[in-house]
Design a protein around this ligand. Sequence first.
Ligand code: PXP
Length: 242
Amino acid sequence: MIRPLRLGVNIDHVATIRNARGGAHPDPVRAAIAAAAAGADGITAHLREDRRHITDGDIDRLMAEIDLPLNLEMAATEEMLAIALAHRPHAACIVPEKREERTTEGGLDAAGQFDVLAPFVARLSDAGIRVSLFIEPSAAQVDAALRLGAPVIEFHTGRFAHLAGEEQVVELKRIADMAALAAKNGIESHAGHGLTFDNVTPVAAIPQLAELNIGHFLIGEAIFTGLEASVMRMRALMDAAR
Ligand code: PXP
């Protein structure tokens, strides 16, 4: 069945909980398998420079043990490029990364970092890895992604998630307008960050979006309902929005 809007489940925070005790439980690969059974279309994992959650061993096992496509989130560094090229995941999403941040704060400056990013987009694409750039919903960033030759962009929905009322409506329109602009230029749009049961519906209703990547909320909710139920409810809300 071809789904109109794919759900990528980000399992980073299963690894966060595991790493709090340094053992093997809970296992992010088991979470990926459970998410797949509950209707996820892909698994997303961010291998950070400091390995604070996902580890190199997790990426090895995800590549070997899951059937769903893996979307590797990575900073534009030579170390991460070498890992991506060694594993050849289905997709790589280039994200900005600062050591001191708690999570990915803000999108990539694809316009300002054009020359830095260009070789990463080219080398990943040449290896057959579908590249996406995690950007803010602005025309300058969409234009830079287009010039960089990225086939996919992912809009950072963190601002949308943190706003309320009229400000949130304005930010939602910005995302919708930029998804339309990207589609007009042949770029596939995804979105993610800070999405929850309460705020996913208007984002999922944006017709040009092909994929949402959701992690922290789903893993947190899984504490109360189990991961399958958490993923199934998100999947149902996304389907209902279309
Ligand atoms: N998409 C990207 C590119 C991200 O960096 C993240 C956070 O790791 C997400 C989606 C998921 O965000 P959240 O964990 O807030 O759902």
